[in-house]
Design a binder for this molecule. Structure first.
Ligand code: FMN
Length: 190
């Protein structure tokens, strides 16, 4: 698939078929992720591939806990009807774990170590595009408490679970999402 088509057609999927993915496909996706750029080529990512139903159930419970908490705190009504059942139905969830120590030259950042997060985000986007190119769908999920996710996945306190990427075949095609016109988002300094 042409890269520009993949970038334009990829959509977040929130309902997956339970059909498993084979190991070779998962490896192909992981390898695509690792071709992302990173500060000083530190490659600050690690991936945990989750297919175990009991672990998925724990992740789902943690997501539900955070959804309810966020609903109460924010009052955002959409959170009341936002179903996160995809954490149970997606055949594969890949947890992306970042290492804050691998942030490169970050003394110029205002917010502390950011380089590792930026690199992991680039790896996640590669993963999304590779999945789409292989006819799969994906979702970047972040509604969880980092401490709780460390415990569920056995991640050390020095590393950060940044995202859970749900992967599988879509049950139905995701709804297209609009984008603002580039004229609103770009200026030229000539
Ligand atoms: C950093 C980040 C965090 C996100 N977290 C969530 C999430 O927790 N739950 C969810 O359903 N979607 C999440 N998304 C997906 C966005 O909602 C989605 O990308 C956006 O609405 C645009 O839709 P599209 O991906 O179909 O183009 C996240 C995306 C990003 C980049």
């Amino acid at each position: 698939m042409d890269l520009f088509t993949a970038m334009k057609e990829r959509r977040s999927c929130r309902n997956f078929l339970p059909e498993p993915l084979d190991e070779a496909t998962i490896e192909k996706l992981l390898e695509a992720a690792t071709w992302a750029p990173s500060p000083l080529n530190t490659q600050p990512w690690e991936f945990i591939v989750i297919t175990n139903p009991e672990v998925k159930e724990k992740i789902f419970s943690e997501g539900e806990r955070c959804r309810k908490w966020a609903l109460e705190k924010s009052g955002w009504k959409w959170l009341g009807s936002y179903s996160i059942d995809f954490l149970q139905s997606a055949p594969v969830i890949i947890a992306v774990i970042g290492d804050p120590k691998k942030s490169g030259i970050d003394m110029f950042t205002e917010e502390g170590p950011m380089g590792y997060q930026a690199a992991c985000a680039a790896a996640i986007q590669n993963l999304h595009l590779a999945a789409h190119a292989l006819g799969l769908s994906s979702l970047w999920f972040t509604l969880f408490d980092k401490k709780a996710m460390r415990e569920i996945l056995g991640v050390s306190p020095e590393k950060t679970p940044l995202a859970l990427i749900c992967l599988g075949k879509p049950e139905s095609l995701p709804t297209p999402t609009p984008r603002k016109n580039i004229k609103e988002k770009a200026i030229y300094i000539r």
